[in-house]
Design a protein around this ligand. Structure first.
Ligand code: C5P
Length: 236
């Protein structure tokens, strides 16, 4: 898949999501369905957006014992999605089980969705990594290590901050995907995000996909905000 911007559709209902996407006219941005929308609208939202022609990243961040994750992935694979994820903190065994479930559940003739792993949430600061998660290695080392685990488990890439995309590529190769939320402009606040940068900088560091929520969804003109981010990130 080509580099692109993914819009985080963090809305509580199908109605709110469709009203937002209506503003894009015939354009069909790559969208992310996260916990709020999936739990609020139910699994039907996936089919609804797929039928409209959107590519979909289902961001449910599974993290449980391997058998549970494997079976959940088998069910999710029946949905027609492009990308899905787990937490790398669940271990290599859990990630391998997720991949197995996804392979088992993907219908004949359909491409398996990309499976990626969250390394450290982009809201986690280096301070919180040390003080609350009790990880004494640096953020970059931790992320590179989690990315290597994900690669060894057979995954396609990781979720990290754009600031760490180069370290991930160095550890796992250029083909290994770096999907990066934590996108902000210098003139706006970071909200609850900690490790942030701009779309242009994300491209320079090596992100494959940038995930943007509030800077687009809460903008006065979300379509213009999306086009600006896309221009800066893909050059198109
Ligand atoms: O509004 P904002 O641009 O901060 O949205 C970022 C989106 O990316 C949210 O939906 C959040 O759940 C998701 N995300 C993240 N950090 C990760 C993984 C996913 O912010 N490591």
């Amino acid at each position: 898949m080509e580099k692109d911007v993914i819009i985080a559709c963090d809305f509580p209902s199908q109605e709110a999501t469709l009203a937002f996407l209506e503003r894009f006219g015939d354009e069909r941005p790559f969208v992310k369905i996260g916990m709020e929308l999936f739990y609020g609208a139910g699994p039907d939202i996936v089919k609804k957006l797929r039928d409209r022609g959107h590519r979909i990243f289902l961001d449910l961040k599974l993290h449980d014992i391997p058998n549970t994750v494997r079976k959940a992935m088998r069910v999710l694979a029946a949905q027609d999605i492009d990308m899905v994820n787990v937490h790398a903190a669940g271990t290599r065994e859990m990630m391998a089980a997720a991949l197995q479930g996804l392979n088992e559940g993907t219908p004949e003739g359909r491409k398996r969705p990309y499976l990626i792993a969250v390394t450290q949430l982009t809201s986690t600061s280096p301070q919180a990594l040390a003080d609350q998660l009790y990880i004494s290695r640096s953020m970059e080392d931790t992320i590179a290590g989690y990315a290597r685990n994900a690669k060894e488990a057979g995954l396609d890439g990781v979720v990290c901050s754009p600031l760490e995309a180069a370290a991930v590529k160095k550890a796992c190769g250029q083909e290994f995907l770096a999907v990066t939320p934590g996108i902000r402009y210098p003139d706006t606040g970071a909200d609850d995000q900690s490790r942030v940068t701009t779309p242009e900088r994300a491209r320079q560091i090596g992100s494959d996909f940038i995930v943007i929520g509030r800077p687009i969804t809460a903008a006065d003109d979300p379509v213009a905000a999306y086009h600006k981010a896309r221009r800066e990130f893909t050059g198109k």
